[in-house]
Design a protein around this ligand. Structure first.
Ligand code: KG4
Ligand code: ZN
Length: 352
């Protein structure tokens, strides 16, 4: 059966889930702190840790109740995100998991947060229209979250080669920073997506960085794009009223920005997919919730005849089910875990 209780507290969501055999989500509870942090315009680490302390126990209890688990001993293992993430936030989840493992005698499986995002695509979910990835490798994985933008070649379960990544801001970070520039609030991704639906992406052409760079063929850079938006905003406000009073301008900038990000992510992923002859493509992380990115990626990979997997929306952003899935595949394949019970908050995806 291999029922795993997974715990995730790396950033601003307190999450717990019970996952069976790596794929079946028996319960999945996420307590979001977004409202709490939105007043600060970003995640406030100390506030996040304190909220995790308050939420962790009820969230774990709810996950167990929803999964009809009466006693911890009915589980087979406990998995927890041990990094990368905010140190104070990770500590809360890791300590809760250690306590449960120690008290029950169950094995404790430390999971890398990025590997968790990758395995969000392996979860079999009723709301997922496409089949989950099979064990057909190599697969190309694009991780796009608030803290990371990574292009990875996956040659088997737990086997990764990093092809490239962002040289500066992560894709989600760029959404959040541009939303702040446009006075749209936090988090930036969903609100930019909403504004962009009413905008014209062609009105303000924005750059696609490193598109023709041989040296950085599989790398990304989003800080120039953010600066281009900043300069555009300054220029528009110098020659006219505040942005919010200029009809349609914010929506047009949001649409142009979103399209620039989606274009560059998909173009480089497609280039890598062709170059390495992959058999399937997976996109994951908070930004993979973006409708424009999903649409551009689907069109391009259909054209290339490659199966594309993107998780259902609720599993794009942080959750514990993905941590349970990643733990299962490492455990099943007897892949060594990257660390013992120490708190390696800088832990990065173990790459070849
Ligand atoms: O994976 P995630 O929940 O947390 C990290 O591990 O970082 O990703 C959060 C990021 C935020 O930057 C947020 O703005 C972005 O994902 N995001 C989106 C969308 N929904 C969330 N970006 C673009 N479009 C969206 N619909
Ligand atoms: Zn994440």
């Amino acid at each position: 059966m291999n029922r795993i209780l997974a715990i995730e507290t790396s950033c601003d969501e307190t999450a717990a889930a019970v996952v069976e055999a790596g794929r079946r989500v028996v319960s999945n509870v996420v307590a979001s702190q977004i409202e709490l942090h939105s007043r600060y315009g970003g995640v406030f680490p100390e506030v996040a840790s304190r909220q995790h302390v308050l939420a962790i126990q009820p969230v774990i209890e709810e996950a167990l109740t929803k999964a009809n688990i009466a006693a911890i001993q009915d589980l087979d293992a406990i998995a927890v995100t041990h990094g990368p993430g905010l140190a104070g936030s990770l500590l809360v989840g890791v300590n809760a998991a250690k306590g449960l493992a120690f008290a029950s005698g169950l094995p404790l499986l430390p999971v890398n947060h990025l590997e968790g995002h990758i395995y969000s695509n392996w979860l079999a979910l009723p709301e997922r229209p496409a089949p989950v990835p099979e064990d057909s490798f190599p697969a190309l994985v694009l991780i796009v979250s608030g803290g990371h933008t990574e292009l990875i070649l996956m040659s088997g379960h737990g086997q990764y080669q990093r092809l490239g990544g962002t040289l500066d801001d992560a894709a989600g970070e760029a959404f959040d920073k541009v939303a702040r520039l446009l006075n749209l609030g936090f988090p930036g991704g969903p609100v930019i997506q909403r504004m962009a639906t009413q905008g014209d992406p062609t009105r303000y052409p924005l750059p696609r960085a490193l598109s023709h760079s041989a040296e950085h063929r599989f790398d990304f850079s989003f800080s120039g794009l953010k600066t281009a938006v900043l300069n555009l905003v300054r220029q528009l406000e110098q020659t006219g009223p505040p942005l919010a009073e200029q009809p349609g301008v914010v929506a047009d900038i949001a649409a142009a920005f979103q399209e620039a990000v989606a274009d560059v992510l998909v173009a480089k992923s497609a280039d890598a997919a062709i170059t390495f002859g992959v058999r399937q493509v997976c996109i994951c992380g908070g930004v993979s919730a973006n409708a424009m990115l999903r649409q551009v990626a689907q069109a391009r990979f259909t054209q290339l005849g490659l199966p594309l997997h993107i998780p259902p929306l609720a599993y794009c952003t942080d959750n514990a089910a993905m941590i349970g899935a990643a733990a299962y595949y490492r455990w099943r394949n007897n892949t060594s875990f990257p660390c013992d019970l120490s708190l390696d908050v800088f832990a990065n995806l173990p790459v070849a």
